[in-house]
Design a binder for this molecule. Structure first.
Ligand SMILES: Nc1nc2c(ncn2[C@@H]2O[C@H](COP(=O)(O)OP(=O)(O)OP(=O)(O)O)[C@@H](O)[C@H]2O)c(=O)[nH]1
Ligand SMILES: [Mg+2]
Length: 391
């Protein structure tokens, strides 16, 4: 039986459509780099070189030991558990390969319990630089006396109902509090000014040929970040109201070139701002930080941290060191002293900073995440670029 030509064409079109549909269904949802939004272009796609300003390169004056006279008072710093040894070794190998084998800055490891001999032996084996191991004093780690344990448990239950991760894990709250306001008070850091925070399992992808600590010092920078994100508003409902109370008591701490508009933006994610009671929730992702501890040691930050600590939100909510550090920097520091290290290729699961540079290997240029597509909206860099710039 002959089939009319139009009917054959229709059948063919239907078959093709069917194959197209199946292909769409089964191709993996590729986490290709996506643009930041309408009219925005991810600057990581643009060719990236070294930052402007005075740079100091490797030389024999950075040799390990006393011969390394060019090193300034700075250290690589990690709070880590003995059980995270493998992840720590991997992160160390990445950072040694891309940067520290040229500069040999010491590593300083902190733990709430003593480090095992295995931890010490294996970490020292992956670097020529000196490794130092310290236990955190009890009074810096313990839950403070004014925290009520029943109230903590009750609050943790409510936070967990709202899907706040790690809400009932006391040590997570202790870690966030220590990273917020106590690490730089450890006696082992008394003579240190700068640190580069490193977590187990993070990755570094790009060769960096200048001394980043000298970059901070010589170019008058206080804080360097790579990734800038939204936070879960459920974990910090009272952080901003407490901050406003503090500001009302201390208007003198507000810097005239602050980044208040980055902190209070409500255009991009109005719901976040609403749930966090006026805070955009934008923050520098603090698992990576290169910073000058003089800022944390200033009177403004000390007063702010004590105010927050007394308010109890490190335990009754789940205030992280990332929003706490970020709010303080954006309010009390000149925003031009906060630097985006766009040239440092970095990953902490599930987010990346991956610049367009021949010095980078192992990450996809401009890729922000390799996780689910919904994670793209966690990117708060566009607001930083909009309100402060690319510096
Ligand atoms: N010594 C010690 N280190 C801790 C403790 N809790 C967390 N840390 C360290 O603190 C840093 C942050 O902890 P993470 O568990 O990675 O927290 P996170 O990055 O918010 O969570 P993930 O997304 O799961 O990585 C890591 O370097 C951990 O090794 C603790 O109780 N003791
Ligand atoms: Mg982590």
């Amino acid at each position: 039986m002959a089939v009319a030509r139009p009917v054959r064409a229709l059948a063919l079109a239907a078959i093709l459509l069917w194959f197209f549909f199946i292909w769409q269904l089964f191709t993996p949802s590729s986490p290709r780099p996506k643009p930041l939004g309408s009219l925005e272009r991810d600057p990581n796609l643009d060719p990236t070189g070294e930052p402007e300003g005075h740079l100091v390169y490797a030389s024999k004056d950075y040799a390990p030991g006393p011969a390394g006279t060019a090193r300034i008072n700075a250290t690589l710093l990690a709070l880590v558990r003995n059980e995270e040894l493998d992840g720590m070794l991997q992160a160390m190998r990445d950072l040694e390969r891309t940067w520290n084998h040229k500069f040999n800055y010491p590593w300083t490891f902190f733990n709430d319990v003593p480090f095992s001999d295995e931890f010490k032996k294996k970490t020292q084996a992956v670097t020529k630089a000196e490794c130092r191991y310290h236990v955190i004093p009890k009074e810096h780690w313990e839950v403070p006396s004014w925290i009520n344990n029943d109230l903590f448990k009750e609050s943790a239950k409510m936070l967990e109902e709202q899907k706040v991760q790690y809400a009932s894990m006391v040590s997570y709250h202790q870690m966030c509090r220590w990273n917020s306001g106590l690490f730089y008070k450890h006696p082992a850091l008394a003579d240190m000014q700068y640190y580069w925070r490193v977590e187990p399992k993070v990755h570094f992808f790009c060769d960096v040929d200048y001394d980043v600590f000298r970059y901070m010092q010589d170019n008058n920078k206080t804080y360097g970040f790579t990734i800038n994100l939204y936070d879960s508003p459920q974990s910090i409902p009272n952080l901003w109201p407490e901050t406003l109370k503090f500001l009302a008591e201390h208007p003198e701490y507000l810097h005239e070139r602050n980044a208040m508009n980055w902190l209070t933006d409500k255009d991009r994610r109005p719901e976040h701002n609403k749930k966090a009671n006026g805070y955009s929730t934008c923050h520098f992702w603090s698992n990576f930080e290169i910073a000058d501890m003089s800022f944390w040691r200033s009177k403004a930050y000390e007063d702010y941290f004590n105010h927050l600590d007394r308010a109890g939100g490190f335990f009754y909510e789940r205030w992280g060191d990332a929003p706490v550090h970020s709010i303080a920097l954006a309010l009390f520091e000149d925003s031009s002293r906060i630097h985006w290290f766009r040239d440092i290729g970095y990953q902490h699961i599930p987010f990346f900073n991956c610049p367009n540079s021949p010095k980078c290997k192992g990450c996809v240029t401009g890729r922000f995440t390799d996780g689910e597509a919904f994670l793209y909206k966690e990117d708060c860099r566009p607001n930083w670029f909009k309100y402060v710039g690319y510096g």
